[in-house]
Write a protein that binds this ligand. Structure first.
Ligand SMILES: [Zn+2]
Length: 290
């Protein structure tokens, strides 16, 4: 069985870099049967950005790259932007905690304005480092995370959170923060989810699952909303560090082949969840190779 002709195939979280494979990676995604990429900024410079202006430049480079992807392919793209959270640590060593926090808060405000102008669809990635940090740094990280949630609330957009793999307590904690700020929990997206937590254990937070074969099979029966992603890094120095960008379409084709009765379940991550969490419907394939 092949995929239904009207089914979009969406990677909900990947990165593209101006100095990486870039458009060629997007072409590989398209050739494998993909139709829509959520492209998230990250820091490809390997040095901390120091000013809001630096972030504006980074966002614009990202926007130019996705424009290029759309010109060269039939893909749809959605931009997700924020100051990369791990950069806050190095920046606070350079500038001090207060000024570093100010740069990140203002960069989040800038990202919020881009959402308001429909140049981006969500804030991300935001979150916590996945390694221990001193308590005063942890407090700053938390206050910046809370600010990100506030900006998302004000723009009525999702916020894509980077964190360690979450237990039910971890999901509950994110949901608490969302409730405290007044952001609907469903708009909090936990990206790079590597294990299935049942819907009851996710506290209303939306998971974006890494598209590993076993995990896809596990989560397919779950009700919306949830996504599939690769977290493709587009870093030529670290090939194979994460899943390849062609993975989500390959998994979709695999489901069609091996479990054709479950193919319609793919509308949950590719259509229903996008509509529910982001408020738009990704287009079906325009140029999918047959
Ligand atoms: Zn990522």
């Amino acid at each position: 069985m092949t995929l239904p002709a009207d089914l979009p195939v969406v990677d909900h979280h990947c990165h593209l870099s101006p100095g990486g494979e870039g458009v060629a990676a997007a072409r590989r995604f398209e050739r494998a049967g993909g139709t829509h990429l959520f492209v998230t900024t990250h820091n490809w410079n390997h040095r901390p950005l120091r000013t809001v202006e630096d972030y504006r430049v980074q966002f614009e480079e990202m926007e130019a790259l996705t424009r290029h992807v759309r010109a060269e392919t039939h893909l749809g793209t959605s931009l997700v932007i924020a100051p990369y959270p791990v950069d806050l640590l190095r920046l606070s060593e350079d500038l001090g905690l207060g000024p570093a926090g100010e740069v990140h808060a203002q960069a989040l405000d800038l990202a919020g304005r881009w959402v308001a102008e429909h140049r981006a669809v969500a804030l991300g990635e935001v979150g916590r480092p996945h390694f221990p940090v001193p308590p005063e740094v942890a407090r700053l990280v938390e206050s910046i995370l809370e600010h990100a949630f506030e900006v998302a609330r004000d723009q009525s957009c999702p916020v894509v959170v980077h964190s360690e793999d979450l237990s039910s307590e971890g999901y509950a904690e994110l949901a608490d923060l969302a409730r405290r700020v007044g952001l609907p929990t469903e708009r909090v997206v936990k990206h790079y989810a590597r294990s299935r937590q049942s819907q009851e254990r996710r506290a209303g937070v939306t998971p974006s699952f890494l598209a590993r074969r076993e995990l896809v099979r596990d989560v397919l029966p779950d009700p919306a909303p949830w996504f599939l992603e690769t977290d493709f890094l587009d870093d030529l120095g670290r090939p194979g560090a994460v899943l390849d960008i062609a993975t989500v379409p390959k998994r979709a084709a695999w489901i069609a082949r091996e479990q054709p009765d479950l193919v319609e379940r793919l509308r949950i991550p590719f259509v229903e969840s996008v509509t529910r969490v982001y408020g738009f419907q990704p287009e079906g394939p325009a140029g999918r190779p047959t």
